[in-house]
Design a protein around this ligand. Structure first.
Ligand code: CA
Length: 232
């Protein structure tokens, strides 16, 4: 069963999350502070739920540290209503998703399950033998969840990997941001395109020769994006 790390200093919210996750048979690790989270975390955790505002080190700091140590772990930030900037900052630091408080048990399960599906798709692929996808100078090695650019590995988060894979499978086609949301995040975000844009900005910083002048992921204005394999 999936293991979830819940990092939240407000006890009422923490137990709300815990009760709902336990009802669905998840294994839970709780932490009331960022420090406690970093002490308790290990590579058996599948998804970390991170509150932004914490006493001591904040959720962003925890997110950054987790991402550096566990590139394959799912991270969902919990942000307060009206803190739009927090969502973007969390995504830029490597979070896969965010939820705005207060959220319903239904939304909590939908977000976690969508992310777990993404992670387990990645893990299942790991078990298939040597399945590679190539597009121009890029290759995806599905068995090892690796992206190579001219043979050099580029480290990606689970969502970034899913996004690049989706692009490579649909190379040279303009893809609407709605389609990207549905295919990569797995359900409809009701037009919340920022999550797509921020992830693409992050990927560009990793794969482009000049991220301010991107050539592998092209923006299609008012529509979405197009992946070019980078053939010269
Ligand atoms: Ca808090």
């Amino acid at each position: 069963m999936a293991k979830i790390l819940v990092v939240e200093d407000e006890e009422a919210i923490r137990s709300f999350i815990k009760i709902n996750l336990k009802r669905h048979n998840f294994e839970i690790i709780e932490a009331a502070s960022g420090e406690e989270a970093l002490e308790k975390i290990d590579d058996t955790v599948d998804v970390a739920l991170l509150d932004v505002m914490l006493p001591g080190i904040d959720g962003f700091e925890v997110c950054k540290t987790i991402r550096q140590q566990y590139s394959g772990m799912g991270i969902i930030m919990l942000t307060a209503k009206g803190q739009e900037q927090n969502k973007i900052e969390g995504l830029e630091l490597g979070a896969d998703d965010y939820m705005v408080k207060p959220f319903s048990p239904k939304e909590l399960m939908a977000r976690i399950n969508a992310l777990l599906r993404r992670i387990s798709v990645v893990q299942e692929r790991k078990e298939e033998n040597d399945k590679h996808i190539t597009s121009g100078i890029f290759t995806i090695m599905q068995d090892e969840r690796k992206l190579l650019k001219k043979g050099v590995e580029i480290e990606l988060t689970p969502i970034e990997f899913a996004l690049v894979k989706y692009f490579m499978e649909n190379a040279n086609k303009a893809i609407h941001r709605d389609e990207i949301l549905n295919n990569v995040w797995g359900y409809n975000y009701v037009g919340d395109f920022k999550i797509v844009d921020v992830n693409i900005r992050r990927i560009r910083q990793k794969i482009e020769d000049d991220p301010s002048n991107p050539r592998y992921i092209e923006k299609v204005w008012g529509y979405g994006y197009r992946w070019w394999g980078g053939e010269d």
